[in-house]
Design a protein around this ligand. Structure first.
Ligand code: ATP
Length: 169
């Protein structure tokens, strides 16, 4: 998601104003007489009523990241390629587990990066804020470091047998 922000820091605390707006306009109002089950039913849009709904929401998040984040699609493709090559080369179980874990780490951090970007945008909107920049830059840095680690792991575990097959001399 590309930010197109304006240079303005008019509100000293955009977090609180955004939270207040959200509370007033989005949350249902209660008289205090509803039962817990009624409240849970009315707030089902943000409370998963059962395990299946939890998985559904989680999968929706993964699909959202895949549809909107180019980097997440790249990480998914790299994961599929690394695991496929590992299977074809009969990399041992421990090696495959390490490759799978490092690939998963990159994808998990990309999902968290996407979540954090959304929360930051929700908080500061289109305005420039130094703390928003720090939050987004650090989250992007976390993804970058995990991706470099995944490349290193692939270099240690997958590259040697792959090179031996491609250059058998
Ligand atoms: N509200 C803001 N205030 C200050 N800087 C911002 C703001 N929004 C974005 N930036 C800066 O612009 C950069 C890109 O932000 P953007 O929201 O476009 O992320 P992105 O390009 O989608 O990141 P990624 O590729 O990791 O998904 C951030 O890393 C940050 O340095």
């Amino acid at each position: 998601m590309k930010a197109d922000f304006k240079m303005s820091q008019s509100s000293p605390s955009p977090l609180f104003s955004s939270a207040a707006t959200l509370t007033q306009s989005h949350l249902p109002q209660y008289s205090g007489e509803e039962s817990v089950s009624e409240i849970r039913k009315n707030t089902a849009w943000h409370i998963a009523p059962n395990l299946f709904s939890s998985f559904k929401y989680a999968w929706a998040g993964v699909c959202y990241a895949f549809m909107t984040q180019r980097n997440f699609r790249i990480h998914t493709a790299m994961t599929a390629i690394a695991l496929s090559i590992g299977l074809v080369l009969h990399i041992n179980t421990l090696g495959m587990a390490i490759v799978a874990l490092t690939c998963a780490l990159v994808m998990v951090l990309e999902l968290l990066n996407t979540a954090l970007e959304s929360v930051v945008d929700l908080t500061v909107g289109q305005s420039y804020h130094e703390l928003a920049k720090i939050a987004k830059d650090c989250a992007a840095g976390a993804v970058m470091i995990s991706a470099l680690a995944a490349l290193l792991v692939a270099g240690f575990i997958i590259a040697p047998p792959l090179v031996a097959i491609v250059f058998p001399f």
